[in-house]
Ligand binder design. Structure first.
Ligand code: ADP
Length: 163
């Protein structure tokens, strides 16, 4: 049976940190959905369509074998319900700094209560990618700083249009 996973997130915008996690997650499952929730409690600078399209542009540069196992989607409602819908049994989340832990720990626990067929798997990016966050990327972009170490070119272009 094919193993299906979901990597949910705001991806506002997608960074090398996210890409690192996507590549690792795709080694663990046969099919990986990258899912952007339609409703986000965080205020985003990119619209849902822009965020999905940026992820799609990034995935499009992956090698063909990897590309065909990845699907970029937006979804409404509970993450756990969406997992049921796509038959995903694994949720992937990334851990960066210790401060991520508390929130992620609770989220994983609550999701497990909502659907006990679902396991959350935490992955860590390579050291140089661990420090990257979408929030700092946006701040650097607003101050016209250099972003080449943090996000792909397509994202740099999109950020330049925003700021
Ligand atoms: P959310 O709003 O759902 O936290 P994000 O886009 O901020 O969405 O992050 C999605 C997931 O990717 C989260 O699990 C986050 O911890 C993880 N993540 C983001 N950046 C990195 C990074 N640099 N290294 C590892 N994981 C990361």
């Amino acid at each position: 049976m094919k193993k299906i996973g979901l990597y949910p997130g705001s991806f506002d915008p997608i960074t090398f940190g996210h890409i690192d996690i996507i590549k690792r997650a795709s080694k663990i499952v046969d099919k990986l959905f990258i899912g952007v929730p339609l409703i986000n409690k965080k205020k985003t600078i990119f619209t849902i369509t822009e965020r999905v399209n940026l992820i799609k542009a990034v995935v499009n540069d992956f090698n063909p074998d990897l590309k065909k196992r990845i699907e970029v989607v937006s979804f409404g409602g509970l993450t756990t319900n969406y997992c049921k819908k796509i038959s995903a049994t694994v949720i992937f989340r990334g851990l960066r700094v210790a401060s991520d832990f508390e929130y992620e720990f609770q989220l994983a626990g609550m999701n497990y209560k909502l659907n006990s067929n679902l396991e959350t798997v935490f992955l860590m990016a390579e050291i140089q990618n661990q420090i990257i966050s979408s929030n700092f990327v946006k701040e650097i972009a607003s101050l016209k700083g250099d972003l080449v170490q943090f996000v792909p070119n397509v994202v740099i272009k999109a950020l330049k249009k925003k700021f």
